[in-house]
Design a protein around this ligand. Structure first.
Ligand code: AOF
Ligand code: ZN
Length: 360
């Protein structure tokens, strides 16, 4: 019969499929240069069940991106449909990110969808990467019905640090602080083990496994001799090891733990946070964790490059000892750097406050 008129918004089945595509996307790694993307191929006229999920018989294929160098979500979904013996001509591709239109590590998804005969594409978020964007226009020009911006808020959230990093052409920066109740990171003699609880340290380790790089100043590298690795609860190195980045002019001694097993060691000989982020962006680093010390943390805050603070606060009072932050240049209360709390998490006896600095 005649083709149905294009639906002006997303159909219930398409919205349900997009929700599923978002959960597929989250199966991909949170770290790495590429975004987490999911795709569901839907038969025309698909209906939903009582929960709003698309009728399983109408799902022709599904896929997600597993990291740089592997198939994009659309290509993975097309391969899944082929494996299942489904014809996808005239079908709808529901994707969490605009299909790419470039040949990077893999080929353009726009072309793959066109070659497969996809008739409609439903997209959550437009691709902010200028090198890859343009898939929506290409598909429209070829007569495909393209709908963008569906479940955009969830789509942006699923992309995590990748989205702001690519939009602003610099890594997303998380600053980690681990302090006593009175904001100190060590006692007067420098001893600091263990101010925060095992639960806090576990939580912080899990964060390390999701970022691309951990940054410390040479002062911290020399004073604490950290290994800056991501470890599982039983101490084993996790599969993904973030880059270990040391900032400053002093050398890291040959015997330092930073030279042991773990991520690649990068020494950036500068004190300028902008230069650090430029070097890391060039290496396609999307999410950076700044772990100390006070001078480096203050430099990133003063430069306005901290996007999120993770403050682990332990119910311990020290009364003396080094503070978490060096001078921020705040001389009067109206100049205070204020933050908006996003989340408060209880970790054993400690509290984690996740907060984002307010715009100046
Ligand atoms: C898509 N589907 O599943 C992903 C996309 O180097 P490449 O070839 O892997 O391309 C990476 C860029 O492609 C990435 O920065 C982003 O703009 C887009 N990612 N696009 O159509 C996907 N992962
Ligand atoms: Zn692609």
């Amino acid at each position: 019969g005649p083709a149905a008129a294009p639906h002006p918004g997303a159909t219930p089945a398409e919205t349900g499929a997009l929700r599923h595509a978002l959960t597929l996307a989250r199966r991909g790694p949170a770290h790495g240069p590429n975004p987490r993307v999911g795709c569901v191929l839907l038969a025309p006229g698909a209906t939903t069940d009582a929960s709003g999920a698309p009728d399983p018989a109408a799902v022709l294929g599904e896929g997600w991106h597993q990291g740089a160098g592997t198939a994009h979500a659309e290509v993975a979904a097309l391969a899944d449909a082929r494996r299942r013996g489904h014809d996808v001509r005239g079908a709808t591709a529901v994707v969490t990110l605009e299909p790419c239109d470039h040949t990077g590590r893999t080929g353009p998804c726009s072309r793959a969808l066109l070659d497969a005969g996809i008739a409609r594409v439903v997209v959550s978020v437009a691709d902010p990467n200028p090198a890859a964007a343009g898939g929506a226009d290409r598909l429209r020009a070829a007569g495909v019905d393209v709908l963008e911006g569906v479940l955009a808020e969830q789509g942006r959230e699923t992309l995590g640090a990748w989205l702001p990093a690519v939009e602003r052409a610099r890594p997303f920066v998380t600053l980690k602080l681990a302090t006593s109740l009175d904001g100190r990171v060590a006692a007067a003699d420098g001893s600091s083990r263990w101010i925060t609880s095992p639960q806090s340290r576990r939580h912080a380790h899990d964060l390390r496994a999701d970022v691309d790089a951990i940054v410390v100043g040479t002062g911290t590298a020399l004073a604490d001799d950290p290994s800056l690795t991501a470890r599982t609860a039983d101490g084993a190195l996790t599969h993904h090891q973030p880059l270990r980045v040391v900032v400053g002019h002093r050398d890291v001694p040959a015997g330092a733990r930073l030279h042991g097993p773990g991520g690649e060691l990068v020494h950036v000989r500068t004190h300028d946070p902008r230069e650090v982020l430029r070097v890391l962006h060039e290496r396609e680093v999307r999410h950076v964790l700044v772990e100390g010390g006070p001078t480096l943390a203050a430099a990133f805050l003063r430069a306005g490059f901290v996007d999120e603070v993770h403050a682990y606060v332990a119910p311990v009072l020290l009364g003396a000892g080094p503070p978490a932050l060096a001078d921020l240049g705040v001389t009067t209360i109206t100049g205070a750097l204020r933050l908006t709390p996003r989340e408060v998490v209880h970790l054993g006896p400690d509290v984690l406050v996740v907060a984002t600095p307010d715009a100046p």
